[in-house]
Write a protein that binds this ligand. Structure first.
Ligand code: FE
Length: 334
């Protein structure tokens, strides 16, 4: 009888274990939890979410080693996904759904990480001081005609590191360094604050042009705070490099950790996150583009029109991250 009871407990425990998946997420809870709840509702699989800063989570995973309770690491910016891969944290995932849905330049070539949503780093400008015809590309912002007119956050920000890494991939170190040095010369102020602060600075006239991720502008436009909306309405978005390789793209993405105890459920969750329903949700909730861009996006994304996206293999942004950091430092980019 006792043995039967123990057997029952073991089976019961296995049942519980089988029906959960554990995520370490560098995405804010509000930007992921609702769609995870939807996944649980549809599949019965519970999702346990731990949120934190990307670098803190990476460190935690290294310390926990094979004892980590986490199955999935979810983070923003491909440089961090590549970092996790290089630390040997991820395992190879074999999923036809992920391979068919996500273009190969938005996932790891060894299937260790996968892009789940898309964002672009765009130019924003004050239309009362700058005409759209004056803008062309990231490269052009280094022209002396933009002296004292550009706002951008610091070089410690990973989005900027990835933008610079993409330029290294496209035009080489030397050209990119000359560009960064000239760009720094055009800064209206020493870099400070986040992307929303750059938008604000353009709106109030501290600078005329800024480089920011598209969803920050969208977030301000739909903000519940009137001040944010008023500021955001004063500026416009410009799609850079449309006559060249296209606007710089980046992803939020995830990989399944080597010690994952719930691999099957973890794969199921990643596949769910690239489903039409989840992709539509990313657009509505955070104004990100669908990873395969076939789906109707949010009203604001639609208002910005169609654009040419850079199809650079995003692994290169990780590959050139260290070069980008050193280069920006040499260029005097604070
Ligand atoms: Fe962000």
């Amino acid at each position: 009888m006792k043995i039967l009871f123990i057997l029952f407990l073991v089976l019961f425990q296995a049942q519980i274990n089988a029906a959960e998946v554990n995520i370490y997420s560098a995405r804010k809870e509000a930007l992921i939890k609702p769609i995870l709840d939807e996944f649980t509702k549809e599949t019965g699989i519970n999702v346990n979410l731990v949120t934190g800063k990307a670098d803190t989570l990476l460190k935690r995973l290294e310390v926990e080693g094979k004892n980590t309770p986490a199955d999935i690491l979810l983070t923003v910016d491909v440089a961090r996904l590549v970092r996790a891969k290089e630390k040997g944290l991820f395992q190879v995932i074999d999923s036809a759904v992920l391979e068919q849905t996500i273009p190969e330049y938005y996932r790891d070539d060894e299937n260790l990480w996968f892009g789940l949503s898309l964002r672009s780093r765009v130019i924003v400008y004050a239309p009362d001081r700058v005409k759209a015809e004056e803008l062309t590309s990231y490269e052009d912002l280094a022209d002396s005609k933009w002296k004292d007119s550009i706002c951008i956050r610091s070089s410690s920000n990973v989005y900027n590191q990835s933008l610079v890494a993409s330029m290294i991939a496209h035009s080489g170190l030397e050209k990119t360094e000359a560009w960064a040095t000239a760009l720094v010369n055009n800064f209206a102020r020493s870099p400070k604050g986040g992307d929303r602060d750059q938008i604000k600075a353009v709106a109030v006239g501290v600078c005329d042009v800024a480089i920011v991720n598209n969803y920050y502008l969208a977030g301000m436009l739909v903000s519940s705070q009137d001040e944010q909306v008023t500021l955001a309405k004063k500026i416009k978005l410009f799609w850079p490099n449309q006559n060249a390789e296209g606007a710089h793209m980046n992803v939020s993405g995830a990989g399944i950790l080597k010690p994952a105890k719930n691999k099957k459920e973890a794969i199921q969750l990643l596949e769910y996150l690239v489903s039409d329903k989840a992709q539509q949700w990313y657009a509505e909730a955070n104004h990100e583009y669908s990873i395969n861009s076939d789906i109707a996006n949010s009203k604001i994304l639609k208002s910005w029109g169609k654009f040419k996206a850079d199809k650079l293999n995003l692994s290169l942004l990780g590959k050139y991250n260290a070069d980008a950091v050193l280069l920006m430092d040499r260029a005097g980019w604070k």
